[in-house]
Design a protein around this ligand. Sequence first.
Ligand SMILES: [Zn+2]
Ligand SMILES: [Zn+2]
Length: 95
Amino acid sequence: MRLTELPEAVEGCEECLKTGDPWLHLRICLECGQVGCCDSSPNRHASRHAAQAGHPLIRSLEPGEVWSFCFVDDVGMELPQVRGETRIPPSPLAG
Ligand SMILES: [Zn+2]
Ligand SMILES: [Zn+2]
């Protein structure tokens, strides 16, 4: 796990922004910092990135959510060593 300081702000799911697709919730890869979308989003980029890159640990970037999740162990956890809070735009699918 390399990412311990969350970015100050992100624009959205990196892959969805490239293709113009909407996302629901944002997750960040704790290995390389790639921002992806959750499994309730049409493209599920966070779990796809975890599988393709072999980076199983993510953290939620949603406001007020501090949980992390490991796709390999299929278990949620809190990692107090990950600090900071990221400003994110509202979901294109929410509301
Ligand atoms: Zn996405
Ligand atoms: Zn990664």
